[in-house]
Design a protein around this ligand. Structure first.
Ligand SMILES: CC(C)(COP(=O)(O)OP(=O)(O)OC[C@H]1O[C@@H](n2cnc3c(N)ncnc32)[C@H](O)[C@@H]1OP(=O)(O)O)[C@@H](O)C(=O)NCCC(=O)NCCS
Length: 170
């Protein structure tokens, strides 16, 4: 941790590029998770990091996202309750992705940079960069648009409306 800055604003600035993780968050080991700069993880995220789980810079996870890198043998005799082997495969989520609420990512999946994953999706296979996928199992619904002006997006409109509502109240 850096030494505290002189003012609260300067103190905030010290962490401006850090990942931001809302609680509650549940992580199995913690030592196998790597977050890039400006990653945002919203409430109720579960990360089973039996194997490495990486999330690239500026990627956003909405509420209730689950990243499951662990798995068990299918044969009950080998799985043997809690006495059998636990295995797994790494999960890698690229930079500049957005995962909607209640998304589940399964072991071994790599999501390329710039992807959007629709709310409630179960991602069972790798996702090519700059793809929008949705559903269970998640399938491509379109490519991610690029070069869009911020003011052309519905999100920007909502933010602008929110700002002007805040201004009116002041
Ligand atoms: C993925 C998402 C961004 C797609 O938005 P979009 O590009 O405007 O997509 P559309 O609404 O035009 O839908 C295209 C098709 O995909 C389907 N679809 C969209 N989102 C879906 C989802 N989450 N699960 C399953 N199918 C979905 C639509 O039903 C539609 O199917 P159709 O062609 O058969 O009618 C959006 O639907 C979504 O899931 N957003 C996440 C919101 C969220 O989690 N917010 C939390 C706060 S960050």
């Amino acid at each position: 941790m850096p030494a505290p800055a002189a003012t609260e604003a300067e103190d905030d600035e010290l962490f401006a590029e850090d990942a931001w993780v809302e609680t509650p968050v549940v992580v199995d080991y913690g030592t196998n998770v790597k977050l890039g700069q400006n990653v945002f993880i919203n409430f109720n995220c579960t990360i089973l990091d039996t194997c490495k789980v990486t999330i690239g810079a500026r990627t956003l996870l909405a509420s209730n996202v689950s990243l499951f890198s662990g798995t068990h043998p299918l044969d009950p005799a080998v799985r043997n309750g809690t006495k059998g082997p636990e295995s797994g495969a790494e999960i890698h989520i690229g930079e500049d992705c957005w995962l909607g609420g209640n998304v589940t990512v399964l072991p071994g999946v790599t999501i390329g940079e710039g992807c959007t994953v629709g709310a409630g999706s179960v991602v069972t296979k790798d996702v090519a960069p700059y793809t929008v996928v949705a559903g269970n199992p998640a399938r491509r619904i379109r490519d991610v648009p690029r070069g869009t002006k911020a003011e052309e997006t519905s999100g920007a409109r909502a933010a602008l409306n929110h700002d002007s509502a805040a201004n009116i109240q002041e």
